[in-house]
Design a protein around this ligand. Structure first.
Ligand code: SAM
Length: 248
């Protein structure tokens, strides 16, 4: 693949996670952001650990098909690497990320990557969806919705989560996160996130879940979600949780 001219958040996260799928332009952007807000690597490792715990919990409930929206790169402890008996469809709206994801998963027959706008699940390729999430619409699946809420206004986010709720069968799970107000204390970093960036607190995020019901764990800092032992000592930059579409 030709070297991209623009950085991408997906590849910057890969850099912070110690991965191998980023370019000098991504490293430069990541370093610039760290100049304004330092603890990115620790925070994204903690967030990836949350993804791992949430996906493992969904798989433990018997779910064997996952749809990942706004997926970024399918590496560094991502869904198919955690739920090793499940099949997984990764999707993203960025064509460069989709191509890179397809290259990474080229030899994988239980995980695929395709284009998809999370705010319109009608944009997902139906053949890919049914191949990699075979229970879609018929039996419980896991939907992973991480790293997206910050870029969606309240109305779009609520409509999107409701559209996913309608599409999945009862017993399905939603793993979600959103940015806390941590960056409000770092104006330079906040400016780098652009005017669309949205920070929320758990009380204002809760209603946006609509009919999705959070598990008893609630909506908490991701470092504290079902953590085994002492939570990582990182700033509470992300909150999140797991929600279900109740069965029956
Ligand atoms: C901050 S990254 C998060 C990547 C990954 N989910 C994670 O948590 O590490 C956000 C990703 O969402 C993608 N994205 C942004 N808006 C989207 C949309 N409407 N539909 C699908 N993907 C979107 C971006 O291209 C990017 O890869």
């Amino acid at each position: 693949m030709a070297e991209p001219e623009q950085p991408s958040t997906a590849r910057m996260i890969d850099f912070w996670l110690g991965g191998e799928h980023h370019y000098p332009v991504d490293v430069a952007a990541a370093r610039a952001f760290e100049g304004a807000y330092g603890p990115c690597a620790a925070i994204f490792r903690d967030l990836r650990a949350f993804l791992g715990r949430a996906v493992a919990a969904i798989a433990d409930a018997g779910v064997d098909g996952f749809l990942v929206l706004g997926a970024g790169l399918p590496t560094r402890g991502n869904v198919h690497e955690v739920a090793t008996a499940a099949s997984v469809l990764y999707t993203d709206v960025d064509p460069v990320t989709v191509r890179l994801g397809q290259q990474i998963l080229a030899d994988n027959d239980r995980a695929g990557y395709g284009y998809g706008d999370a705010t319109d699940i009608g944009t997902l390729d139906r053949a890919q969806l049914h191949r990699f999430v075979p229970g879609w619409g018929r039996r419980p699946v896991g939907v992973v919705f991480l790293g997206l809420a910050a870029f969606l206004d309240d109305a779009t986010l609520a409509r999107t989560l409701e559209e996913i709720y309608e599409a999945v069968s009862p017993g399905s799970f939603l793993a979600f996160d959103f940015d806390s107000e941590e960056l409000a204390g770092y104006p330079e970093a906040l400016a780098m996130m652009g005017p669309q960036f949205r920070m929320r607190d758990p009380a204002s995020f809760g209603p946006l879940l609509g009919r999705w019901t959070p598990t008893r764990d609630g909506i908490v800092a991701v470092s504290r979600w079902r953590v085994d032992g002492v939570p990582a000592a990182v700033p509470d930059a992300f909150h999140g949780g797991l929600a279900v579409k109740p069965a029956g």
